[in-house]
Write a protein that binds this ligand. Structure first.
Ligand code: MN3
Length: 205
C-alpha cells in the first residue's frame, strides 16, 4: 500500500502569502492524506498490489472495474497533490536557462505563457487542475482536466507528462481568497520552483 507519510518540503506557513498556513495544513493533512487513504482502502478491498503510482495512472484499465473509478479519482488526487507541493517554493525563484528557452520557444515569451495559463484556469468551471505538460510529441502544452484527471491517465483527454500543475479546487484557495480566483492564480506564479519544473522537463523521456 502507498505510504501515508508525504512530508511537505517546507513548513505549513512556508508558502505565505500565496497560501496561508491554515489552508496548507487542511489541504495537505486532510484532503491530500484522504485521497491516499481512500486509494489504499480501495486497493485493499480487492487485494490489488500497489505498483508505482505513475504506472497505476497509466494502466487504469488493468485495475478491477469495481474499484476503477475510485482509483481514478484518488490516485489522481494523490499524484496531483504530490506534484503541487513539490513544485512550490517559499519565495520567487529565477527561471533556469533550458526551461526558459523552451517556454520562450513555445509561447513567444514568459508573459504569454503565464497569461495563457491563467486565462485557461480562469475560464474553467468547477473542480480540476491546470497543467503545463509535454505531449506525446514532446511539445509543451497547457490544458485543464476535470476533477483529479491527469495527462498520464489513459482516459484523460490530455495525453503526456505533467511538469507543472495548479489546483483549481475551491479547497485550495477558498478560505483565503473566497471567489477571487484571479489573485490566487497570480500569486501562484510567485511561488513556483522553476528548477524543479525544469528537472521534470529534462527527465521526461
Ligand atoms: Mn487539492
Amino acid at each position: 500500500m502507498y505510504d501515508l507519510l508525504h512530508n511537505l518540503p517546507y513548513r505549513y506557513d512556508g508558502l505565505e502569502p500565496f497560501v496561508d498556513a491554515q489552508t496548507v495544513k487542511l489541504h495537505h493533512d486532510a484532503h491530500h492524506l484522504g485521497y491516499i487513504k481512500k486509494l489504499n482502502a480501495a486497493l485493499e478491498s480487492v487485494q490489488y498490489t500497489a505498483i508505482p503510482l505513475s504506472d497505476l495512472l497509466r494502466n487504469l484499465r488493468e485495475v478491477p472495474a469495481s474499484i476503477r473509478q475510485v482509483v481514478r479519482d484518488n490516485a489522481g488526487g494523490f499524484y496531483n497533490h504530490n506534484l503541487y507541493w513539490e513544485e512550490l517554493a517559499t519565495g520567487e525563484q529565477g527561471m533556469p536557462e533550458k526551461l526558459g528557452k523552451a517556454l520562450n520557444g513555445r509561447f513567444g515569451n514568459f508573459e504569454n505563457f503565464k497569461n495563457e495559463f491563467i486565462a485557461r484556469s480562469m475560464s474553467w468551471v468547477g473542480s480540476g487542475w491546470t497543467w503545463l505538460y509535454l505531449d506525446t510529441q514532446k511539445n509543451l502544452q497547457i490544458g485543464v482536466t476535470l476533477n483529479h484527471d491527469n495527462p498520464l491517465m489513459e482516459y484523460c483527454p490530455l495525453q503526456g507528462t505533467p511538469i507543472l500543475t495548479l489546483d483549481l479546487w475551491e479547497h485550495a484557495y477558498y478560505l483565503q481568497y473566497k471567489n477571487d480566483k484571479k489573485t490566487y492564480f497570480d500569486a501562484f506564479f510567485q511561488h513556483i520552483s522553476w528548477t524543479y519544473v525544469e528537472q521534470l522537463y529534462l527527465q521526461t523521456p
